[in-house]
Design a protein around this ligand. Sequence first.
Ligand code: HEM
Ligand SMILES: [Cu+2]
Length: 754
Amino acid sequence: MNRAVVELTILGSILCACWFVFWLSKKRATKPDGGYRSRREFDVDLETLKRTVVHWTTTTNHREIGILYILFGTFAALWGGTDAMMMRTELLTPNADIWSTETYNALFTAHGITMLFFFVTPVFFGIANYFVPLLIDADDMAFPRLNAIGFWLLPPSLFLARGGLPAQVVGQFLNLFNIHGDLFQFFWTLREPELGWTLYTPLSIQSPNPQVNFLILGLHLSGIATTLGAINFIVTIAYERGKNVGWENLDIFVWNILTTSGLILFAFPLLGSALIMLLLDRNFGTTFFISEGGDPILWQHLFWFFGHPEVYIIFLPAAGLMSFILPKFAGRKLFGFTFVVYSTLAIGILSFGVWAHHMFTTGIDPRIRASFMAVSIAIAVPSAIKVFNWITTIWSGNVRLTAPMVLCISSIGTFVVGGVTGIFLATIPVDILYHGTYYVVGHFHFIVMGIIPFMMIAASYYWYPILTGRLYDRQLALFQSILLVFGSVLTFGALILMGLLTLPRRLAFYPPEFASFQRIATVGAFLIGLSVLLWLYNMLWSFWSGTPVQTADVWGLKRTQQFTREWQWFERRLEEKYGIEPTEPETTRPSSTTVPGEGSPTVLRTVEPLLSTIPRVALAAGTGGLVGTTLMSGVLFTATILGVFDLGSFSELAELVGMQGVAVGYLLFLAGGMTTWALLFAVFAEYLPGRPRIITGLAYATIISVGFALAFYTGQTDLQLLAYVVFVLIAHWFYGFGLAVTFEYLISRWQVKG
Ligand code: HEM
Ligand SMILES: [Cu+2]
């Protein structure tokens, strides 16, 4: 199949559908008097169109540039996502029969580059552009025009980086109309590069595809754009803070953007230099990265000196959003705020000292390797500090399960999986085994998918009222979030499992025994795709048709004193523009306190009484079980003497655990009666019929006697069988009686609600 045409068609169709949803929702949006708009109100005249275009292309307002960034990043995500879906489609079958192997190579290269450079950082820059000035009480960014330049460099760099694809399609159209000639040579020679996002030398030097040069230039340009943005954020946060905003009360998201910008400032210029060296090697005969006169490994050092900090450049803003949004729905402020800030700064510094963990298998000096292993494992500590603080925030909070909260909680889980698999990979022996396998792909996708887009989507829901003045469809959002989490765990969980079986990555084909794993991963990926489309639909449709906000305190943040500056700004604006008066909540409580019984009702406080009862309930059940089994044993012995029950069958119980003997079997029986069955009774007694509890005990015993009768049946027939069944039943009733009565007595004596 012709991938270039297919890909552009898919992308084009998604964009057209987006436009259609947007248009339709506008048309359907009711007017204040309840009626629909007339057709005339829709027609846009040329003048307005021109004005809008000029306005949006020349704006220097931080909020508008923020929106442009977000739109650009979303477009890139759809493009990179289409690449991902096409890869997963190829991997449905063991052979490379849907696309060619070359196409697959081009797909993962384009996917990685588009996602990392053109999706993640632009979207985070967009969010930061919009909200950082509001959060620090600044009028705008420090350099508004630089801000605009930073954004407008991005579309040309994306075009340079991915121009191979449209060029290929144009070439095919020219062929269709039989147009040839030197002038158009360009369209037949450009192909999407097949190098991997790491552009490893010597392959990237030897590749004859001229598109590689454009890719290098595009990446260089995007690096300049990113560095400009970072400088702007640093200066804005340092110098543009309002009167009441000091370093001590800077919001956590702002801290993260500041650290990220610092990392960018040191990492991206280095990438820029390395890219220029690569360009010189390719076109002007220098030998930086060539074996004769240079060293291909040098590229890896330079690239990963940028590349590892890049990992944190894309992760830290997501961590900032988590630390920012999670407390709002946990009803208490972030636990251990200062620790989270210091952990962010520590990550920022340590991230420059671990790059060689990507090069453990290149034959570098083992002593150097060992020290890089140590630092790589150490960097897990600040990340773990964050995780513990997030968990504690939830633990001591009063959780509201909104869509953003579902995404926050899930992200903690996926981040832990991504992080822990990363610590394994940082260990040299493990890395030697799993380097270049799906284990690596699974590991990093648990992060690049499992926290980065999750948190972007959480933020899009959380701030949607500020961005649009309307509410999104909350039901759909909840469904979409759960689907996204489910799809991600399915896809990338399957990848980790295939990786454990050491399936090599970056290949369009694989041994047939991996087919079911691969199919599961593809199904999961399509679920992710579907959920992203649902998100897009929700965002676009609610833009015109969502319920307009009636109050600035959409999330009830005032109640827990977390009505942060961006919402205060929104409140002022609603009042100025629409005369919506600020609201006051009926009750407020501090967002955290050490006084017991005050502050938000916590998970801890609801769980605590339960926790303290568990040991006593268990003890009561165990004692009840002992009394019950003792009574039951009496009946069983009687039955044995009468010849309707065979004590020998206890030895079968012993064989189950690999031992022998009737006595061992009997002890096991006793233990089971005191633990498993007794505890099950304690848990489910509530749901069984019958009061007082003796009846419940008898009902329970009757149910479990069926299993016993089957398990201990030794071929009795006729009357003997009847007697066997009757004895089993009576034995169990004794058990149930002893259990229930003892249990009831003990828990009422200890005054536990059982
Ligand atoms: C819809 C969700 C996604 C799916 C189904 C997906 C799928 C894939 C697949 C199949 C590969 C190639 C594996 C191989 O053969 O080696 C890959 C590689 C990669 N993906 Fe994703 N991906 C997704 C989202 C993302 C996101 C959100 C990012 C970054 C923010 C990302 C970054 C990367 C990178 C950097 C590579 C490595 C490319 C290379 O080997 O050069 N992916 N992905
Ligand atoms: Cu790294």
